[in-house]
Design a protein around this ligand. Sequence first.
Ligand code: SF4
Length: 397
Amino acid sequence: MLDPFGKRAQELLNEFETINDLLDTIPSYLDMELALERVRWVNTGRIPDHLLTLDDLKDLMSFYALLGALAFSPYGVEMELVKEANLKIYQTKIESSENFDELALPLEKPSENEIPKRDRTIIEKTLHKELPPEEKEEITLKYKMPLKTFLSLNEGSLKEFYIRNGYVYLNKTQVIELWKKSFEKNLEKAVNILYDIREELPQYYVELYSRLSELAREYFKERIEKFSTAAQPLHFDFFPPCVKIALGGVPSGLRNYAITVLLTSFLSYARICPNPPKRDVRVKDCINDLRVIKEEILPLIIQAGNRCKPPLFEDQPNEIKNIWYHLGFGYTLEPTLEDSGNSTWYFPPNCEKIRASAPSLCKPDKDCRYIKNPLTYYLRKLYLSKKSQGEKNEQSV
Ligand code: SF4
């Protein structure tokens, strides 16, 4: 199989009713070692031959097993490792293939006279007799794609591309570069879908995640800071629009949802436990002192409540107890760390729930299209910023 998000993969996935069915089947079908082999080789730089010749179902399952593991920590070293290793595996297969029909790209073949002869002569260097045939093959415009689709995949410059009548014409190298971008986007999309159902995934994926994490930490040990999305001070710039709206204060009908449900869960997880290590995590599993809640998180929640019209806590002073309840300390005003676990620490609601319960909070921006939960919006922006900072640092060395 050339592309785990392509047409052949889709046919295989159609045999399962839902993505949950596929992920439920994998543990009884696939030795976890095979999934780990997909990433373990990166240290050596050489892809083991058997990974390039796996049968389609094993290939798909071993790849999806890794995606299931990533659901427990969507943006971090683990995702970076899975992306890097699998991009190379599939790219190697694609480069040696003559047929791109299977890729998750809407490619069409141009008809013979569609490109004016003069343009072909220049672009494909047909008069350059000295060029070896393989090189000419690489620059031949064999494919085309609607411009609109192309623009959704390629955010960079259009300078290098031949565009005519609403289509972009592409040679093999350009198709492969475009496929890499679509692979990264599809991987991110799939991990976000699985993040939403991670509570339902079998224990197998928790174990796989922990082993994957060891490999990723070893591989990226020099650059671990670059991809880290561990607990750290809040970065307000990276908050999603719904959280920014809640922070600014909202009218009476929205107050309890915006402040007590959304803001309390979002700020607490984002600040102290962005990637919960297990299900039913409690605050005391992540911190050993309540000061971070009392001095950093609670003041933000109270200020946002005070910005509401009318101010939330003036109207409903007991709502502070409800905040502690949503943080997992039970309905109280003076909790101790030991009280954490007396109620459930509410996880941020996903976007679908926010849109259903408080539609006016959801004013999506362009980054919202990648995610399904406000917390992953934040983690993704944190990850992208660290990644680009890391790249700048590497360039300046
Ligand atoms: S799409 Fe999700 S993250 Fe974005 S504004 Fe709406 S609820 Fe918030």
